[in-house]
Ligand binder design. Structure first.
Ligand code: TYC
Length: 101
């Protein structure tokens, strides 16, 4: 018993919260060609043919699809990079971000 510390804890424990992760979301539109969406998913999010095709089809059918989850700054820069790539090619394709619950 002698070596059990029974002193009350008086120190302040600093609770560091993990930063919330953010989703990158692909939005459907009526103009961007399917092949171009797949190309952007491969180039910016390093997806393979199967993954990029599935994500594109899900957005096409449901209106939107979560592409990936990152720390906030990475999610935002990837969404911007992907949206800008489409804009440069003359397509209205949009990627947005939102925090995970
Ligand atoms: N709906 C587009 C078409 O029919 C293809 C498309 C799919 C566009 C997914 C955007 O996120 C998207 N050409």
């Amino acid at each position: 018993m002698a070596d059990i510390d029974t002193k009350p804890r008086t120190g302040t424990k600093v609770q560091t919260e993990r930063p919330r992760l953010h989703k990158v979301i692909l939005l459907n539109d009526d103009y961007t060609p399917r092949e171009f969406v797949v190309l952007v998913l491969k180039a910016v999010f390093r997806m393979n043919a199967g993954q990029s095709e599935r994500v594109m089809i899900t957005a096409h059918q449901k209106g939107a699809c979560v592409v990936a989850v990152f720390q906030r700054d990475i999610a935002e820069s990837k969404a911007t990079e992907a949206t800008d790539l489409a804009k440069s090619a003359g397509f209205p394709l949009l990627f947005t971000t939102e925090p995970e619950e």
